[in-house]
Design a binder for this molecule. Structure first.
Ligand SMILES: [Zn+2]
Ligand SMILES: [Zn+2]
Length: 199
């Protein structure tokens, strides 16, 4: 069986059974656990599968469809949600979207600016929930968290962000400037290279 065939088999079983063990997969597919791990790695990188203790489970397809398990995958990029970096956005209708990190949360907020309600994030230093619109964001820090690029780290207090930057480098920006900077970096062609205004 080709790797892609094994991977689609794995997804098919996951859809049916929800959770699978690596040892199980190795037996069913008649390949070594090493090979299973390689297949899983591909699926995890594609954001389709989550690693769990001793096995894997399926990343849920979308917030609307899943309900209770919605928090396991980012509403925007489908990455597993990193609890420490997570953001949530409440829409005008009260539906809640969860994001893997500030990068996705802020981008989504920009997409839905007109109908977006509360955007909440986690303070990178203290871990508590803070209003994202009044938070401070650090770009280009030496501290690298494995999530979306460019990375934004969120701080509730400007002073904490500034002290963090003194230790670990980077630039501190308030929400609106951070959102603008993020957009610019995601889509450099649409902004003037001199004044950075949208073209
Ligand atoms: Zn994301
Ligand atoms: Zn992310």
């Amino acid at each position: 069986m080709l790797p892609v065939e094994r991977q689609s088999k794995i997804l098919e079983w996951l859809r049916r059974e929800g959770h699978l063990k690596v040892s199980d997969l190795s037996r069913r597919l008649n390949v070594s656990e090493m090979t299973v791990h390689r297949d899983i790695r591909v699926l995890v990188q594609q954001g389709r599968v989550l690693k769990t203790y001793g096995g894997i489970s399926l990343v849920q397809p979308s917030t609307e469809e899943t309900g209770r398990d919605a928090a396991t995958a980012c509403s925007l990029c489908r990455r597993p949600v990193n609890d420490r970096l997570a953001m949530t956005l409440t829409g005008a209708g009260g539906q809640i979207e969860t994001f893997c990190c500030a990068h996705c949360g802020v981008l989504r907020f920009l997409h839905r600016r007109d109908e977006a309600g509360d955007l909440l994030g986690r303070d990178f230093l203290l871990g508590h929930t803070v209003g994202a619109r009044t938070a401070w964001y650090v770009f280009d820090s030496e501290i690298h968290v494995p999530c979306c690029e460019p990375q934004l780290l969120l701080f509730g207090e400007r002073e904490h962000a500034e002290r963090f930057v003194r230790g670990f480098g980077g630039t501190v920006l308030p929400f609106d400037a951070a959102a603008e900077e993020l957009q610019r970096r995601m889509n450099p062609a649409s902004h003037c290279t001199h004044c950075r205004r949208p073209t």
